[in-house]
Ligand binder design. Structure first.
Ligand code: FAD
Length: 302
């Protein structure tokens, strides 16, 4: 068996595997796609000490760093269940069962897509998901935020400080965000809220130049010219495969303590799949280190 088996090969998993291997213990990492979300990221400007890099380049460096250690890397393998017996057993979709004394779950998350024409086509060409990451790319421009829940309205308030104008499109007849956020948004001179708006298409040529929505009350179609669209309709953790085996929040995020421990002894979690605040590369790497040190502490006590 492994001492530490990491499930997920994004920034959190890579960091956890390196921290574990540096303790001289038997470490494995299994990933559906090594690199994780950063494989879909173009510019990264907030990975501190690296002023600018690109996702696939950072993923290659992660892999290179992992390979400097004696770590079993099992890429292109998907975990389908976890069970605690004598060891913790992780079954893969290919039928193999991996046994380990401790496990670190770092299966990340994915942004929910609106699924309209133009969204996939203009990803990284005006369509964005993370205001902390990509907000500054739209300085002085007009952008839309799709989604009027807490994350959408927070994003709009954040963006309003950077961009020229921000338009929030909410599908329902009311915003769902907390009233304190709505009040703040309404006080901003460069923010507009459109309710009952069903996004129909994100338009553009080589990059985004507008958004088309249908007013659900009148059925009329409208087009707004703008340069960016932030989709803020939810971040879904990749934790469905865990079912009821361990404690998750209502949103499906794995509940962890300050050592990265879950409610199952020996099972730790890190990164975007957990209930940690803020989902960022640097934060997920930090939590991967925390979980590995937590797992090591667990191993020397058991
Ligand atoms: P992930 O990166 O999601 O990695 C999860 C890993 O688990 C992957 O290897 C995946 O294949 C694997 N996996 C999932 N399910 C299973 C399973 N069942 N079995 C085995 N493996 C599985 N953050 C920033 O700090 N700066 C930015 O500029 C930035 N830009 C972004 C742009 C985009 C378009 C996106 C989508 C995200 C961006 N982020 C950015 C967020 C950042 O990418 C995430 O916070 C970070 O990648 C989270 O790392 P993670 O390791 O927790 O999860």
């Amino acid at each position: 068996p492994y001492d530490v088996l990491v499930v997920g090969g994004g920034p959190a998993g890579a960091s956890a595997a390196i921290y574990a291997a540096r303790k001289g213990i038997r470490t494995g990492i299994v990933a559906e796609r090594f690199g994780g979300q950063i494989m879909d990221t173009l510019g990264i400007e907030n990975f501190i000490s690296v002023s600018r890099t690109e996702g696939p380049k950072l993923a290659a460096s992660l892999e290179e760093h992992v390979k400097e250690y004696d770590i079993d890397v099992m890429n292109l393998q998907r975990a389908k269940s976890l069970e605690k017996k004598d060891f913790i057993e992780v079954e893969l979709e290919n039928g193999a069962v991996l046994k380990s004394k401790s496990v670190i779950l770092s299966t990340g998350a994915r942004w929910r897509n609106v699924g309209v024409p133009g969204e996939a086509e203009f990803k990284n060409k005006g369509v964005a998901y993370c205001p902390h990451c990509d907000g500054p790319l739209f300085t002085g421009k007009h952008v839309a935020v799709i989604g009027g829940g807490n994350s959408g309205v927070e994003a709009a308030i954040d963006l309003a400080g950077i961009v020229k104008h921000v338009t929030v499109l909410e599908f329902a007849s009311e915003l769902k965000a907390d009233s304190v956020l709505q009040d703040r948004l309404n006080s901003l001179p460069n923010a507009t809220v459109i309710k009952n708006a069903q996004t129909k298409e994100i338009t553009g040529t080589d990059k985004v130049n507008g958004i088309t929505y249908v007013d659900r009350e009148t059925g009329e179609e409208h087009h707004v010219e703008l340069q960016g669209v932030f989709v803020q309709i939810g971040l879904v953790p990749n934790t469905d495969w865990l079912g009821e085996t361990l404690e998750r929040t209502r949103m499906g995020e794995i509940v962890v303590d300050k050592h990265g421990a879950t409610n199952i002894p020996g099972v730790f979690a890190a990164g975007d799949c957990t209930d940690s605040a803020y989902k960022q590369i640097i934060i997920s790497m930090g939590s991967g280190a925390t979980a590995a040190l937590g797992a090591f502490d667990y191993l020397i006590r058991n």
